[in-house]
Design a protein around this ligand. Structure first.
Ligand code: GLN
Length: 526
């Protein structure tokens, strides 16, 4: 059976949660169908790996090493699948493919045009993924907002698709915004009507409209949107503002979305949200509360740390404990009184020297005061620098990333990175196994001899310093199979002091919280 398609577009505003809506739809239909999510992004970067988090939120990394849009985090967490980098199609990739084809002579004799050549590349890419994955259902999310120049070619391709695969095999869902203006106190449909008109001008007639709103859409507004936008009244669905994004599948189910999709696509895959609802219940009814200091650099934008925040939510649901995050900008951290009352400290990943000295001071504070500490990627590197300086007596120890002249380069560039000149997709990326040391805390947390976590870095613990660090008591609780790369460290006789060169937050799921995060929160609770 060839795959069926759901196309998700957005209007009115950006940031309405198209990714979460697409992921939630997938979650609801996943019981009997193999679902593959695809995200189309209109920017000309090949991938978001070269953008800073303020530009584009977190860069999500996949098992295969793909650096992709952060919506893939939602897809993986809601669908329980491991996505592939091919499933994120950017306009940068599309133009790359078209150019390569042109140079090879694939279009010999022809003028290469947006339609049909670029749109064909887009459609063929999507059909290829569907075929390669033997997908039953492909959910294609078009980034941006209808009317943006950037995504016109994607929208045109989506319009054409219905002819290629047949009307009954494709459903168009449009996510819009239903405001309740202050003082008017009434749900307003005009932005939705205008946004749907923009979509119709492009030849796309939505089958389902999801209206993001702070309350459930009333019968009246649904009827109005239905008549102005030519959709069935029951196909106008509330996209409710919720406290936790995990509630969205529950809202969509209540609003009858699965039944409508079953009918329109002639599929049957009934949702079973019992376990999911139980976890949400635990998340929202915590028995205890803790505060964790997040000592980072991009703390102005929580999207930069989306997966870390979700990893804490996963732990909350399992340990019945609310995790309050205290965002600490380490660039202006001068006094440790900011750490008063915190139950644990996290130093997340990052690049560049800015803020690193503040983070090193925080790690020292955690180590000397036995405050649970979790280091992620850069967090491991800084914990090693702190240990080298203050325990091993290597004054001025540093990473060559921050101080190329350091007398003790305890963190140094990976040998295979030394001659890398290109910036895009060239770090050590993707999932790698680590052998876990017998008897270590990390090994007992994972409960396995090996752990596979995802990476995104250029620097490593310098092998020349392994022995001195180990002699002074730092435990290498996990290493690459050849033993060269330090993947996990811990300190003994502490409540919890562990760090990893990887990003375990990327694989944490509601149903299976990341072991390292779970152990950390448990320690914070004690
Ligand atoms: N900047 C460090 C490196 O490249 C850490 C990267 C990270 O935290 N993701 O190795």
């Amino acid at each position: 059976m060839p795959a069926k398609f759901i196309i998700v577009t957005g209007g009115v505003l950006s940031g309405l949660g198209k990714g979460i809506a697409a992921a939630s739809i997938g979650h609801l239909l996943s019981s009997k169908l193999k679902i593959v999510p695809i995200k189309c992004d209109g920017y000309l970067n090949v991938d978001p790996g070269t953008m800073n988090p303020y530009e584009h939120g977190e860069v999500f990394v996949l098992d295969d090493g793909g650096e992709v849009d952060m919506d893939f985090g939602h897809y993986e967490r809601f669908l329980g699948v491991n996505c592939k980098s091919k499933w994120n199609l950017t306009m940068g990739k599309v133009f790359d493919m078209v150019r390569q084809k042109e140079r090879k002579g694939d279009y010999l004799g022809k003028t290469v045009q947006y339609i049909p050549h670029v749109t064909d590349v887009i459609k063929n890419h999507i059909f290829d993924v569907a075929r390669e994955e033997s997908a039953d259902l492909v959910i294609v999310e078009i980034g941006g907002t209808v009317g943006d120049i950037e995504n016109e070619l994607f929208l045109e391709s989506m319009r054409q698709m219905k002819e290629d695969i047949g009307r009954g095999n494709i459903v168009y869902i449009h996510l819009t915004y239903v405001p309740i203006p202050y003082g008017v106190n009434e749900q307003k449909s005009k932005p939705t009507q205008q946004s749907v008109n923009l979509l119709k001008q492009r030849g796309i007639f939505p089958d389902i409209i999801i209206g993001r709103c702070q309350e459930y859409l009333t019968k009246e507004i649904k009827a109005k949107i239905s008549s102005f936008c030519d959709v069935d009244p029951e196909a106008v669905i509330t996209g409710l503002d919720v406290e936790d994004i995990y509630e969205i599948p529950v809202v969509f189910e209540e609003e009858g979305l699965p039944g409508i999709l079953h009918k329109k696509l002639n599929i049957y895959s009934p949702p079973d949200l019992r376990k999911w609802k139980q976890l949400i219940h635990n998340l929202q009814n915590p028995q205890r509360e803790i505060t964790v200091a997040m000592c980072g650099k991009y703390t102005r934008l929580e999207d930069s740390y989306a997966s870390i925040i979700e990893s804490f939510n996963h732990c909350s649901a399992h340990l019945s404990c609310k995790v309050n995050l205290k965002w600490v900008e380490t660039t202006d951290l001068c006094d440790m009184s900011l750490m008063d009352g915190v139950n644990g400290i996290v130093v997340p990943g990052g690049f560049g020297a800015r803020g690193t000295e503040g983070k090193i001071d925080v790690i020292r504070h955690a180590r000397e005061n036995n405050i649970p500490f979790l280091g992620l990627c850069l967090g491991l590197q800084l914990a090693v620098i702190e240990f080298a300086r203050n325990v091993c007596g290597l004054k001025g120890a540093n990473s060559t990333e921050f101080d190329p002249e350091t007398p003790y380069p305890v963190i140094d560039i990976l040998p295979e990175q030394k001659n890398v000149k290109e910036k895009g997709g060239t770090m050590r990326l993707g999932a790698y196994p680590a052998v876990l040391k017998e008897g270590s805390m990390v090994r007992s947390l994972y409960g396995e001899k090996e752990a596979s976590e995802r990476h995104r870095h250029r620097y490593e613990v310098n092998p020349e310093y392994h022995s001195i660090l180990a002699e002074k008591g730092l435990i290498f609780s996990g290493a690459s199979r050849d033993g060269r790369l330090v993947e996990f460290i811990e300190l003994p006789r502490m409540k919890y002091f562990a760090a990893t060169q990887a990003h375990p937050e990327l694989k944490s799921r509601m149903e299976h919280p990341s072991p390292l995060f779970y152990g950390f929160i448990k320690a914070c609770l004690e």
